[in-house]
Ligand binder design. Structure first.
Ligand SMILES: [Zn+2]
Ligand SMILES: [Zn+2]
Length: 343
């Protein structure tokens, strides 16, 4: 029997109001103030004596309030809440700084948030100098910390201040919540610590940001030691053959055609790889030049805000790194200078 599709109801639901998708499984829209994504989909799953919340939003009072409202509407409190994180990004984890209580179980595909900080510290050494090159003279937003340039972001985008103890979720683990038994699928790419939760008997996939209905998940890597795009494409291949009736994503509408969407994303990146390769073949050798000449949804790259330049350069670099790892491009590094050319 076909389940009525509540996708529209979900997108229209007020923030903090639980929408029942399946028995004991609710979608709750959590606002993301000042962010183009506008909202996060949190999922609340009710067991007899436990409430499982998948992804929690920014470190922002509006996110805390939305989850508090949802719990109250379902007759629950913060007692007995456990948290599952699909990945490390602040729109999914930052609210932990507000909602965490002593002893609250937190599950994720990482051992400690220190891992996340360590990677960010290494990446900053690459993207810091690039941001300085990409900035036009009038652009502010660059800060200097620990002697290196950093991107100044608003408070709610910062990584977790407090690092709660995390229970590691491993590929193949089974996470039980309410009447559901979710299989943990490691799906690195959008984030090195990304996981999806697959419920084969109900044919649902809690997809985090791995596969979204309309949005192309951002993929960034800054050095060949971490080939994010290769991991992402492999993770798309991994989920594309799952028997899934409904994908429950981290943003946007619930949708059905997982395989179609995964194949679309794979072909999008194949086209992008060709485009980036062609730009290098034409003689664009540095990341700022390649990024500013690539096709984006908005023209006039040089006038973009610095944070948008940051994301687009991360994406460009992910494609360059992939081509370097494949042997199609050669990368040379001299101090802060990264150059790309045909081998
Ligand atoms: Zn994300
Ligand atoms: Zn997200």
């Amino acid at each position: 029997m076909a389940v009525p599709d509540p996708a529209d109801a979900c997108l229209a639901a007020p923030f903090g109001m639980p929408v029942e998708l399946l028995p004991n499984l609710y979608l709750v829209r959590v606002p993301l103030p000042h962010n183009p994504l506008r909202a996060l989909n949190s999922y609340l799953i009710l067991s007899k004596d436990r409430t499982t919340i998948v992804d929690v939003g920014f470190n922002h009072p509006a996110c805390e309030e939305a989850l508090g409202q949802a719990l109250a509407a379902l007759g629950r409190t913060w007692d007995g809440v456990e948290i599952v994180l699909t990945h490390s990004h602040p729109d999914h984890t930052g609210n932990l700084d507000r909602i965490y209580r002593d002893g609250m179980p937190v599950f994720a595909n990482l051992h400690s948030f220190q891992e996340v900080e360590n990677l960010q510290d290494m990446e900053a050494r690459v993207f810091g100098p690039l941001l300085l090159k990409a900035a036009t003279p009038h652009q502010s937003g660059l800060g200097f910390g620990k002697g290196k340039p950093t991107l100044h972001v608003s408070a709610e985008l910062l990584p977790l201040k407090n690092q709660p103890a995390v229970t590691f979720l491993h590929e193949g683990d089974v996470l039980r919540a309410g009447p559901y038994a979710f299989e943990v699928l490691e799906t690195p790419g959008h984030d090195p610590w990304h996981l999806c939760l697959y419920e084969p008997s109900r044919r649902i996939l809690l997809a985090g940001d791995h596969v979204l209905e309309r949005i192309t998940p951002s993929i960034a890597s800054w050095f060949p030691a971490y080939n994010a795009l290769e991991e992402f494409l492999a993770s798309l291949g991994k989920v594309s053959n799952l028997d899934v009736e409904r994908v429950l994503p981290g943003h946007g509408a619930v949708f059905g055609d997982l395989r179609g969407r995964a194949l679309h994303l794979i072909s999008h990146h194949e086209e992008r790889l060709q485009e980036i390769y062609d730009l290098v073949a034409e003689g664009h050798g540095d990341v700022v030049s390649i990024s500013s000449h690539a096709k984006w949804r908005y023209d006039n790259w040089r006038s973009w805000p610095l944070d948008q330049k940051f994301f687009s350069m991360g994406e460009t670099m992910a494609h360059l790194v992939y081509l370097v790892c494949e042997g199609k491009l050669k990368q040379t590094i001299c101090g802060d200078e990264y150059r790309f050319e045909l081998p």
